[in-house]
Design a protein around this ligand. Structure first.
Ligand SMILES: *Cc1c(COP(=O)(O)O)cnc(C)c1O
Length: 223
């Protein structure tokens, strides 16, 4: 039994405790955010049974993907995407990009994907807490932006929404931000939304209570 098996076991026990209390039928996917660790930790986590990993920088995703190319890992991109990194990201064929945060970025991605004759699965990032420091579309523009991307970007496969919880110790405010995202997610399910990515190490149990079905956990797994 490697060290990360017991870590994963502890985390899944915590996830399951909330999940079963909230919704027996909801499957919750865990993305292990590996941005703070070197590839050999990712490999050990993989051996413990984890397949999906998240990185927030294109260069780091490229480096770790390269170092671990023999393993059947699923890479998620969760960070701010600069325009000059679009080609590099597309060439890495990530399994899901959580951080499509504007129609403009979607159109730029779509253009490059069209040239390369590829498609890319993405989530629309929503700035539910309306924080200046955060990326994402404002909640009041989320639906129209989602539908506009669907309409104008045939090489993007929109899978749902992503949010980072409000940056505060006030649990009520964090909950509010998750609820805002969940409500938008619900309105978008008739348009094909299947993923509601929210919840990090400090707030994932609350996120599950608010309807998250994809968690992005870093520090709680790797430290
Ligand atoms: C770093 C990061 C996470 C994981 O954060 P932890 O608090 O370490 O769990 C999740 N989502 C995004 C977008 C991140 O940048």
């Amino acid at each position: 039994m490697n060290f990360y098996e017991s870590t994963l076991d502890t985390i899944f026990t915590r996830i399951e405790a909330v999940r079963t209390a909230v919704n027996q039928h909801q499957i919750i996917k865990l993305v292990a955010v590996s941005k703070s660790v070197e590839p050999h930790h990712v490999e050990t986590m993989y051996q413990a049974g984890q397949r999906a990993f998240g990185e927030n920088k294109v260069q780091e995703l490229a480096r770790k993907n390269q170092a671990l190319s023999t393993l059947p890992l699923e890479w998620h991109f969760i960070g701010r995407l600069q325009k000059n990194k679009i080609n590099a990201l597309i060439d890495l064929s990530p399994s899901l990009v959580h951080s499509c945060d504007s129609l403009e970025l979607a159109v730029a991605l779509n253009k490059r994907l069209h040239v390369k004759e590829k498609t890319l699965s993405v989530l629309l990032q929503i700035n539910s807490a309306k924080e200046d420091s955060k990326a994402g579309v404002m909640p009041e523009h989320a639906i129209e932006t989602y539908l506009a991307i669907k309409e104008t970007c045939p090489n993007l496969v929109l899978k749902g929404v992503m949010s980072i919880g409000a940056h505060t110790n006030d649990v009520a405010l964090i909950q509010q931000s998750f609820e805002t995202t969940y409500r938008l997610y619900e309105s978008l399910t008739p348009h094909g939304a299947k993923v509601c990515s929210m919840g990090m190490s400090e707030d994932f149990e609350l996120a599950i209570r608010c309807g998250a079905n994809m968690l992005r956990l870093g520090s709680v797994l790797f430290t």
